[in-house]
Design a protein. Structure first.
Length: 367
């Protein structure tokens, strides 16, 4: 852009119609391709042209056209925020940094775009934008999340406790969705983006019991093991932790595995994204009803539970009889009983867990 400015080829004239640059979409980003498609759909519905998308599919030759947009959109703080600040400082371009994830923040994202469009419309021959009806229609007819949050299925999740961890953008957004839109308690919300600590704390303040800012994977694992949540929403690393201690995990952030690059349309942003997130959240829990049905129809619990503990300082052995007894317990409570038994054994200095130790731990818990 500096070179284009020196050469006199930088076009500072804005487009005739409302337009925006989408900054921060890239190939290896978490669901970025799907998110970009959803953003473009929303822009098309609102009559907003997409001026440039960077860095995905971009070219150095296109950078000189960035100032032609009316404003910039930054879906993810981790990628694009510094560019947006630069364009605002050097070229006076406003930007929207609200991540349109969840019903409430998607509506706020659209309202902020409406303000920027109308700011330009006051000096250009363009009608003022009115996006309220679009927000209502999308919330009622495209997104099913609002309806689902009032259903008995979602209400059954009330009282469930979860841990959230990931990049700052996704961890903060998922925390807000879980608490404000689905009524789920977040025991701990955290991020590995230490540079965004202040912003993250502001976003999740009052929405979780604890905040964890760390790059130490072991600390994350110990926190999850200590809290024993019903589910985890995190990265592929937290998914591995969940497998070790029998807690389900929904992946919501990088770093991810190849399985988190789905072929089907799975955006996290926009109104279709609200549906995908609601599905992810609901299907990430172990639902007791399913276990009882499997008990009725047979074939239940062919998978054995690992009796190895997460913490490296534990040295507990399970006898074959105790393992057999543990695997007879319905899956949706088995993990909790296993952990309670190990905690009780540690407190009593018992190194080998037998069936009698299991029953003693159960009596202590019920007393």
């Amino acid at each position: 852009m500096d070179r284009a400015c020196k050469q006199g080829t930088l076009d500072r004239s804005v487009t005739n119609k409302p337009s925006a640059n989408i900054i921060g979409i890239f190939t290896s980003g978490f669901h970025n391709q799907h998110d970009c498609r959803e953003l473009k759909r929303s822009f098309r519905d609102l009559g907003i042209l997409v001026n440039q998308i960077i860095p995905e599919g971009g070219s150095l030759n296109f950078l000189k056209d960035l100032p032609r947009a009316w404003f910039n959109v930054v879906p993810y703080r981790e990628v694009g925020l510094m560019t947006a600040f630069f364009l605002e400082r050097e070229y006076g371009m406003p930007f929207v940094s609200v991540t349109p994830m969840g019903i409430l923040d998607t509506a706020e994202f659209i309202r902020q775009m409406e303000k920027l469009v109308n700011a330009w419309a006051s000096v250009l021959p363009e009608k003022k934008a009115k996006y309220l009806s679009y927000i209502k229609d999308q919330t009622n007819f495209v997104s099913q999340a609002a309806w689902f949050s009032k259903s008995i299925d979602c209400q059954n999740l009330a009282g469930k406790e979860v841990v959230v961890f990931g990049d700052a953008t996704h961890a903060a957004s998922i925390t807000k969705i879980l608490v404000r839109e689905m009524g789920i308690r977040v025991r701990c919300s955290g991020t590995y983006c230490k540079h965004d600590m202040e912003w993250f704390n502001e976003q999740v303040q009052g929405l979780c019991d604890e905040v964890l800012i760390t790059e130490d994977h072991t600390e994350v694992g110990d926190t999850i093991a200590r809290m024993e949540p019903s589910a985890i929403f995190g990265t592929q690393m937290e998914r591995h932790i969940g497998k070790r201690i029998d807690i389900p995990c929904g992946v919501i952030s990088s770093p991810v595995h190849i399985q988190n690059f789905p072929l089907g349309y799975r955006p996290f942003l926009g109104y279709e994204g609200t549906n995908q997130i609601a599905d992810l959240v609901y299907n990430s829990f172990n639902l007791g009803m399913e276990d009882h049905l499997l008990d009725v129809f047979g074939g239940h619990d062919t998978k054995e539970v690992s009796t190895k503990s997460l913490s490296t300082d534990r040295d507990l052995n399970w006898t074959p009889e105790a393992e057999l007894e543990l695997n007879r317990i319905p899956g949706f409570v088995r993990g909790k009983i296993k952990r309670n038994t190990e905690i009780s054994a540690e407190q009593k200095g018992i190194a080998e867990i037998t069936v009698d130790v299991m029953y003693a731990a159960k009596e202590k818990l019920n007393s």
